[in-house]
Design a protein around this ligand. Structure first.
Ligand code: GNR
Ligand code: NI
Length: 167
């Protein structure tokens, strides 16, 4: 297992669009393991491969209190979305920034697990928010894209300064 570096906004690669996974091999298993290790260490409740500069449709997640309910979403697609809910979001690629975002409240998702087995899931609450947040990452989209351009610009300037200081 290995920790991977997380890209920080406004890194250009966060805007790349991920490609579907075609082969469920040992390399994919290692990627999924590394993503869990990186997510738990951060700590975060979800991680999209885009965030570690891997542009394949791979998401890991664990929204449980005890961090013992790992979920894998490969080639995830939203089958339906309904309702609307506002939730405060954060992102490991946008450290220290927390803002309310409105999204559909309930989703149905189809995905594959790490073995290639297809499954469907109905989600609401934090799980629905997190799934949509992670699928956005795979499409090069960030939660701050839902904010005003003014707010987004302030966040960009703040993080650019921090990244410069950190080298
Ligand atoms: O750890 C995370 N917490 C979180 C809180 C509210 C809405 C979404 C998230 S996902 C985030 C981890 C992350 O950046 N995933 O891409
Ligand atoms: Ni994120």
């Amino acid at each position: 297992m290995a920790l991977r570096d997380i890209l920080i906004f406004p890194h250009a690669h966060l805007r790349k669009v991920a490609k579907p996974v075609q082969t469920f091999d040992a390399a994919l298993a290692t990627l999924v393991e590394d993503m869990f290790e990186t997510m738990y260490a951060a700590p975060g409740i979800g991680l999209a491969a885009t965030q570690i500069d891997v542009h394949q449709q791979v998401i890991v997640m664990d929204i449980s209190e005890d961090k013992n309910e790992p979920r894998v979403f490969i080639n995830a697609e939203l089958l339906s979305q309904e309702g609307e809910v506002e939730h405060e979001e954060g992102c490991l690629s946008i450290p220290g920034i927390y803002e309310k975002v409105k999204r559909p409240a309930r989703v149905r998702v189809r995905a594959q697990d790490q073995h290639g087995e297809t499954y469907e899931l109905d989600a609401d609450g934090l799980l629905a928010v997190c799934i949509q947040h992670e699928i956005d990452h795979l499409n090069g989209k960030l939660f701050i894209d839902y904010l005003s351009a003014l707010k987004r610009d302030r966040i960009r300037k703040k993080l650019e300064k921090q990244t410069r200081r950190a080298g």
